[in-house]
Design a protein around this ligand. Structure first.
Ligand code: ADP
Ligand code: MG
Length: 323
């Protein structure tokens, strides 16, 4: 099973940022209202995520680290209607197979915290009592220490950290009700309290973004698109801001990007580029997110309709902004 875990790790865990993404999704699934992230050396050395979620009981700790152990799907029907972030039950097993991992958790119903530790190839899990507030911490040390080929592909600390920061920003944007802190090498990078979506967008994208964007609030039957879109680069500047969420999940889907590109066609001056934060919502059973382990892509059962909704909503808003 260890080899299988390491192979699966190749799909799920490309780099430190993918570890961070999986762990954050677990914290969100556990209904954490606050998530604290500490990174050392771009994540090569250490990734720590501490949450205030529901926790894992002592007798479930070992199971949580084993392959295809998920507490989120009970039968095949659930696969048709996924609402949680994780569902494959392979992230923790994969990550623990290529790092030294410790999982410490304190569920409310348990009087004390327990910690499970694993060390790559030697999958023996050791359990010991620990001190921890209600919630869970996962510490991932020495990522890829036992898979040198993979370790060689790690980029400079700075680059890997940029990827991590991007992941945290995206996830934070999709969950304004959760507080986030991010530290790198002991230095505070940001601290965002829980708040409204507007507050979070201003924090993540810059307060200017809201000022210079057009609000979108569009609905067609069961499909809705809301958020902001703008043309960056004429009179105001900000970093690249292109975020699209489908049912709160950040995605990079070809169909969605195509619809956006079409809507922006002819709307941008030479020195402009698109900026958007968009939330597409549709019934979970109208799409399939189980396409790729990294979950960037979705399959819409009514692809044409989704495409049209995005195109209509965004092109209308952009026209309005130019009028
Ligand atoms: P999945 O998220 O697909 O179920 P994972 O390997 O990511 O699989 O996690 C395995 C299981 O461990 C989850 O189903 C969940 O029960 C538990 N778990 C992982 N992280 C946390 C967390 N931060 N808080 C509570 N439970 C967690
Ligand atoms: Mg998961």
């Amino acid at each position: 099973p260890q080899l299988a875990n390491q192979i699966a790790a190749g799909e799920v865990v490309e780099r430190p940022a993918s570890v961070v993404k999986e762990l954050l999704e677990n914290s969100i699934d556990a209904k954490a209202d606050s998530i604290h992230i500490e990174i050392d050396q771009g994540g090569h050395k250490r990734i720590l995520i501490r949450d205030t979620g529901s926790g894992i009981s002592k007798d479930q700790l070992e199971l949580a680290l084993s392959r295809h152990a998920t507490s989120k799907i009970y039968n095949l029907d659930d696969l048709e209607c996924i609402t949680s972030m994780g569902f494959r039950g392979e992230a923790l097993a994969s990550i623990s197979s290529v790092s030294r991992l410790s999982l410490t958790s304190h569920p409310e119903a348990q009087s004390e915290a327990w910690q499970a530790q694993t060390q790559g190839m030697d999958m023996a899990v050791t359990l010991s009592p620990a001190a921890h507030p209600i919630g869970t911490s996962i510490e991932v040390l020495d990522l890829f220490f036992n898979t040198p080929a993979r370790r060689k592909f790690l980029r400079a600390q700075k680059t890997e950290f940029q990827h991590i920061e991007q992941v945290v920003r995206r996830i934070a944007l999709g969950h304004p009700n959760i507080a986030f802190t991010l530290k790198h090498n002991g230095k505070l990078i940001f601290k965002w309290g829980a708040g409204t979506l507007e507050q979070r967008v201003a924090a993540v994208c810059s307060p200017n973004f809201l000022t210079y964007s057009t609000r979108i609030d569009y609905r067609h039957e069961q499909i809705s698109l809301s958020g902001w879109c703008s043309c960056i680069g004429q009179g105001w500047q900000t970093n690249d801001q292109q975020y699209i969420f489908v049912n709160q999940r950040m995605i990079k889907d070809k169909l969605v990007l195509h619809a956006l590109r079409q809507a922006y066609e002819g709307m941008l001056a030479d020195n402009q580029y698109p900026g958007y934060v968009l939330f597409l919502n549709l019934p979970a059973q109208d799409m399939d997110i189980n396409v790729h382990p990294a979950k960037h892509e979705v399959r819409f059962h009514q692809a044409r309709k989704v495409h049209d909704v995005i195109f209509q909503a965004v092109s209308q808003a952009l026209l309005l902004a130019q009028a």
